[in-house]
Design a protein. Structure first.
Length: 435
């Protein structure tokens, strides 16, 4: 044996890559019993499609499962290493396969990295059916893939794995002989759960972290590997990442952030923001909560709050951590200092309570649309008053169902800009009553 005869052991994630749907974890909305993608795979009736989702959720694995099940020729492409010359060579071979009655499935990993000319090279072969293309992307296909190519593909959206999905995957790794099933490893359920939370929906990260902590475990005299919190802390480099025990501390921290912003305390809000980000929290999760806060707790008292929050979310999406920490800080401080109003949430909750009780209330005839002659004959739209035809740009026409006529849902506060809106609303209601 020489140095070159030695085989390098595969990473745990590669060793445990599912070989069929029975081993696949997550994506039950697509692969559960009777779901459309599962039926297509099991019946070998694959058409051109795009798998869109974050890293580590199974896009490439699904392509591998299809490759194993299909009777078609399967060609694997990478947008990182393949150019137009390679594409055309494969397309010519696919044309020849078609003459002999053989389908060709072309899997294109990271298809969003292909430029327009490279994507266009696929188009004629997809159109005439020489190939079935399966693309995988982490980016929105609407923005990254040519419209002509995208229109010929079914897009399947793969979701980030839940902590429960990842925990199932980690248990499998600890019992399967391809993982650590043949070894004596002492690792607690609590540590597995911490790894699942740390992975943030990414199966590859979860398995890589598990492999690292097991390889760095403490071996005792009996040959048992012990994995402790200290081992995990050393492997993931951040003690604070262990904050999420059964998810409780995660929700405690987001609650602390939310209540600090609501109480107009920017210093406390920034502190809790930093606690979450430094602990490895997904910045987009925090940004989504700030967007919600901008309407739930600020609302019309400062309509710019929502703009600031949405802009911060977009900045987080473009840049990621650590660069986006300043954008989140800007949004958190802005909404903390903004005047507060919960009138939006109150209005919706009151309307929702009525809607749930009266789901069948008919739409008043005067505000129904009447696109056909029959509808007009039935009285649809009869009595409708077009507001722009009137000097006041409004009418006294009723727009609520008769059974809840006069019901009030929106109750403006006196905070910030909403005070002026409240005055405007009172004037409108007075005019409609003829006062």
């Amino acid at each position: 044996m020489t140095l070159f005869d030695r085989t390098v052991p595969q990473p745990l994630a590669a060793r445990l890559r599912p070989e069929d749907l029975s081993e696949f974890v997550g994506q039950k909305h697509l692969l559960g019993p009777g779901k459309v993608l599962r039926r297509l795979i099991e019946s070998d009736q694959i058409s051109s499609m795009i798998f869109w989702g974050p890293p580590g959720v199974g896009k490439t694995t699904l392509a591998r499962i299809i490759a194993k099940r299909t009777k078609a020729e399967f060609v694997d492409f990478s947008a990182v290493t393949s150019g137009i010359k390679e594409i055309r060579t494969v397309m010519q071979q696919a044309d020849q396969n078609t003459r002999f009655g053989t389908r060709t499935i072309v899997f294109v990993d990271e298809i969003h990295r292909f430029n327009k000319a490279q994507q266009d090279a696929f188009l004629p072969f997809v159109e005439k059916g020489s190939i079935i293309m399966i693309g995988a992307t982490t980016e929105n296909p609407s923005f990254e893939i040519n419209n002509a190519l995208l229109s010929r593909c079914k897009v399947f959206v793969l979701q980030a794995l839940t902590a429960e999905d990842l925990l199932e995957l980690l248990h499998h790794a600890m019992t399967d002989v391809r993982g650590f099933g043949g070894q004596k490893v002492d690792i607690s359920e609590d540590i597995l759960y911490k790894i699942a939370n740390f992975a943030n929906g990414d199966a590859r990260v979860a398995l890589s972290t598990l492999e690292m902590v097991v390889l760095n475990g403490d071996l005792d005299a009996a040959g048992v590997l012990h994995v402790t919190d200290e081992t995990l802390e050393q492997c993931i480099s951040k003690k604070s990442l262990l904050y999420d025990k059964k998810g409780e501390e995660h929700y405690n921290l987001i609650s602390a952030l939310h209540k600090s912003m609501r109480n107009s305390d920017p210093d406390a809000a920034v502190y809790w923001l930093a606690r979450m980000l430094e602990a490895g929290e997904d910045p987009l999760y925090v940004a989504r909560r700030v967007v919600r806060f901008a309407s739930e707790d600020v609302g019309l008292a400062d309509t710019n709050a929502l703009t600031v929050a949405v802009n911060a979310y977009q900045a987080c999406h473009f840049l990621g951590m650590p660069e986006c920490n300043v954008h989140l800080t800007e949004a958190v401080i802005y909404v903390s200092l903004a005047p507060k109003s919960n009138a939006m949430e109150g209005a919706y909750n009151r309307a929702a309570a009525d809607a749930r009780e009266m789901l069948a209330e008919p739409v008043p005839m005067q505000i129904r649309n009447a696109p056909t002659k029959l509808m007009k004959e039935l009285g649809y739209g009869e009595g409708y008053q077009y507001a722009h035809d009137y000097e006041e740009k409004m009418t006294r026409m009723s727009c609520l169902p008769e059974s809840i006529e006069g019901r009030v849902y929106y109750e403006p506060t006196t905070q910030g800009r909403e005070a002026a809106l409240g005055e405007r609303l009172r004037a409108i209601k007075a005019w409609k009553k003829g006062e």
